[in-house]
Write a protein that binds this ligand. Structure first.
Ligand code: IPM
Ligand code: MG
Length: 353
């Protein structure tokens, strides 16, 4: 199995290095993996003048799975829009047709006190957000900034074809079938035609999954319900923009965005795996970042693309073990626990494996 390793920017290289150590440890036990690194984001721009160099995309397409760190940094913010690091990430998602983004929000009981919400609100939380990733206002045309009537206007197009809604709906229903059989579709159908169509297609697809209880919620209400009573949700399916926002919100229910992994899958379960947090330029190079989200992304890779459920669980147990041991990076540190660096955390997971 070939894995394209794209560390990216900021803390990306530090956290990816720990995930690579985990893969290498598993290789000692017989997991057949071959890894090759390539630059993306600002690193891609620095190396080849392009946030998604052609050779990086070719490597990603030729691999079974992609492991990505994070992209972005203040030094790239003034580049022309199509050279910015984020564009590299958006392009690789689109080019590889990774339309289904799975973002689990799981609260480890050991971290309940790290959440800003009361423990009884979040204890036992286990929800999955399925975010559509290659459509919506992120990619809709036309878009731009132009002069109209003597002033500048900025515009984007929120657009979904029914086929795009249908395929992500099938992924979400399939996941709901394997979990609690509850699916909540989040949109803004009281205002947006795009959401009206989204909702209609969800209802159509639901007919093929009679065991799944489908509900509908407007995104503003969903944002509120996520902090009021997050445990009411099992699986949430939503569009690209709403999913971007709600998945950041859901991550904080669990105490730290530094704990959450993600998978972005195409129609054949080929995928790109990345932590949901960003490149955190403020702490880059200091060896204090939390590598667990990236390590847990490797677990998702083994589960969804490489079909190695047992090995995925082995990684998840190792992560759980280091938390039980009381090891914490700065972002999840609380009184009475032991603060460790990024590499110490990675080493501890390897030792636990
Ligand atoms: C995410 C990020 C990206 C997005 C950015 C970096 C383009 O916020 O993966 O959630 O908006 O999708
Ligand atoms: Mg985001």
């Amino acid at each position: 199995m070939k894995i394209a390793v794209l560390p990216g920017d900021g803390i990306g290289p530090e956290i990816v290095a720990q995930a690579v150590n985990v893969l290498q440890r598993l290789a000692q036990d017989g997991l057949k993996v071959e890894m090759e690194q390539a630059p993306i984001g600002g690193a891609g721009y620095d190396a080849a003048g392009d946030p998604l160099p052609e050779s990086t995309l070719a490597l990603a397409k030729a691999s079974d799975a992609v492991l990505l760190g994070a992209v972005g940094g203040p030094q790239y913010d003034t580049l022309p829009r199509d050279k910015r690091p984020e564009r590299g990430l958006l392009r690789i998602r689109k080019e590889m047709n990774l339309f289904a983004n799975l973002r689990p929000a799981l609260l480890y009981p050991e971290l309940a006190s790290a959440s800003t919400l009361r423990p009884e609100v979040v204890a036992g939380l286990d929800l999955m957000i399925v975010r559509e990733l290659t459509g919506d206002v992120y990619f809709g045309q036309p878009r731009g900034i132009e002069v109209r009537g003597g002033e500048r206007v900025g515009f984007n197009t929120m657009l979904y074809a029914e086929s795009e809604v249908r395929r992500v709906a099938h992924v979400a229903f399939g996941i709901a079938m394997k979990r609690g059989k509850k699916l909540c579709s989040v949109e803004k159908a009281n205002v947006l035609e795009c959401s009206e169509l989204w909702k209609e297609v969800m209802i159509e697809v639901a007919k093929g999954y009679p065991e799944v209880a489908l509900s509908h919620m407007y995104v503003d209400n969903a944002a509120m319900q996520l902090v009021r009573n997050p445990k009411q949700f099992d699986v949430i399916v939503t569009g690209n923009l709403f999913g971007d926002i709600l998945s950041d919100e859901a991550s904080m229910l669990t105490g730290s965005i530094g704990m959450l992994a993600s998978a972005s899958l195409d129609a054949n379960n080929k995928g790109l795996y990345e932590p949901i947090h960003g490149s955190a330029p403020d702490i880059a190079g200091k060896n204090v970042a939390n590598p667990l989200a990236t390590i847990l992304s490797v677990a998702m890779m083994l589960r969804y693309t490489l079909n190695q459920e047992a090995v995925a669980q082995r990684i998840e147990r190792a992560v759980k073990k280091v938390l039980v041991q009381g090891l914490r990076t700065a972002d999840i540190y609380t009184d009475g626990t032991q603060k460790v660096s990024c590499s110490e955390m990675g080493d501890a997971v390897v030792a636990a494996l």
